[in-house]
Design a protein around this ligand. Structure first.
Ligand code: AHG
Ligand code: MN
Ligand code: MN
Length: 283
C-alpha cells in the first residue's frame, strides 16, 4: 500500500506541473459520462496510467476518463478507481481542482474499498490519505516532498453548507433542508469542485456537502467508484457520515456498472441527523 501512496505523491507533482504549464482547452473527445474532455483530463489520466504501470501490486485501473477497466498486472492485489482531474472545468478560471483515488481489493464495491486518497491542487498541493484504521492523514507538499500536517477529525457540528446540483431541479424537501441550514446560520461555501469543497469541510471541522438526486438527474451526478466512495471512507474515518437519500451508508453501495452515480451527502453528525429528520429517514 505504501508503494501506491508513494506513486500517488509522484503523480500529484506531475499533474500539478501539467496544470501550471499546459493548454487549458478542450480535446476533441468525450468521456463515458458524455462530457467533453479537456486536454488536461486526458493528460492527467495518461500520467496516472503510466505511473501505475510500474507498480506490480496494481491489478487494474478504472478511470473516469475511460469506458472500461484497464488490466495491468494479473498477479496484482488492488484495483485503483480514479478521477484524474476532478473539477477540471474550473482550471481555466484558476480555482482549485483535485485527483481522487479509491483502492479496492476484490469486487468493486464499498465494502472492498481498503484505502482512498485525494490531492488538492490549490495555492499549495495537499494530499489526504485514509485507510480503514485511524484518522485520515493530511500532507502538504514543499519542494517536492510531502510533509505530514496532522490527522483529520470532524467536529460534531460545523458551519459550512455546500449544496450541489441545479436548484431548479431540487425536490421540495431538499430545498427545505438547505433553507433550514441557512436559517440556522450556516454559510454557503461551494466552488463547484467536490475535492476543495469536501476538503474545506474536513479541515474546518464540519458542515455538510450534498449532491442530491434531482428531477433532471435522479441518480445524481457524482460517480460511486471514483468520487463518492473514496470520500465516504474519508468522512467516516474522520468521525462523520456519508449516506444516500435513503440513509444507506455510501460504503454499502455496490455499483452494477463502472460509471454508476448516486445521490450523496457527506458531513458531520449534527447535520446528518438534521438531514435524516427532514428526509424522514428512519434511524
Ligand atoms: P468532473 O470535473 O470530474 O467531471 O467532476 C466535477 C464534479 C464535482 O467536482 C462537482 O461537485 C460537480 O461535478 C459539480 O457539477 P455541476 O456543476 O454540474 O453540478
Ligand atoms: Mn469528478
Ligand atoms: Mn474528472
Amino acid at each position: 500500500m505504501l508503494t501506491i501512496f508513494n506513486t500517488i505523491k509522484e503523480i500529484a507533482l506531475k499533474i500539478d506541473h501539467a496544470i501550471k504549464t499546459e493548454d487549458l482547452g478542450y480535446s476533441d473527445s468525450s468521456n463515458s459520462s458524455g462530457e467533453d474532455q479537456l486536454k488536461l483530463d486526458v493528460k492527467s489520466d495518461y500520467i496516472i496510467e503510466e505511473a501505475f504501470k510500474n507498480v506490480s501490486i496494481v491489478k487494474a485501473l478504472v478511470s473516469e476518463e475511460k469506458e472500461g477497466m484497464l488490466e495491468l498486472h494479473t498477479d496484482g492485489k488492488y484495483t485503483i478507481c480514479y478521477d484524474p482531474l476532478d473539477g477540471s472545468s474550473l482550471a481555466d478560471v484558476n480555482l482549485s481542482v483535485g485527483s481522487i483515488f479509491g483502492i479496492y481489493e476484490g469486487e468493486l464495491n464499498g465494502e472492498n474499498l481498503v484505502a482512498s486518497a485525494y490531492v488538492v491542487y490549490g495555492p499549495r498541493i495537499e494530499l489526504v490519505v485514509a485507510t480503514k484504521e485511524g484518522k485520515p492523514k493530511h500532507y502538504r507538499a514543499q519542494e517536492g516532498l510531502f510533509n505530514l500536517i496532522g490527522e483529520i477529525t470532524l467536529g460534531q457540528k460545523g458551519k459550512i453548507n455546500a449544496p450541489g446540483g441545479t436548484q431548479q431541479y431540487w425536490s421540495a424537501h431538499h430545498k427545505r433542508f438547505v433553507d433550514a441550514l441557512f436559517m440556522d446560520g450556516y454559510r454557503l461555501r461551494y466552488s463547484g469542485g467536490m475535492v476543495p469543497d469536501l476538503h474545506q469541510i474536513l479541515l474546518k471541522g464540519g458542515g455538510i456537502f450534498s449532491y442530491p438526486g434531482t428531477s433532471d438527474v435522479p441518480k445524481g451526478k457524482l460517480r460511486q467508484l471514483f468520487e463518492v466512495m473514496p470520500f465516504a471512507l474519508m468522512y467516516e474515518q474522520a468521525g462523520g457520515q456519508a449516506i444516500d437519500e435513503n440513509g444507506m451508508r455510501l460504503l454499502d453501495l455496490a455499483p452494477s456498472h463502472l460509471h454508476d452515480t448516486t445521490p450523496c451527502f457527506f458531513g458531520s453528525n449534527y447535520e446528518m441527523a438534521a438531514l435524516k429528520a427532514l428526509y424522514r429517514i428512519k434511524v
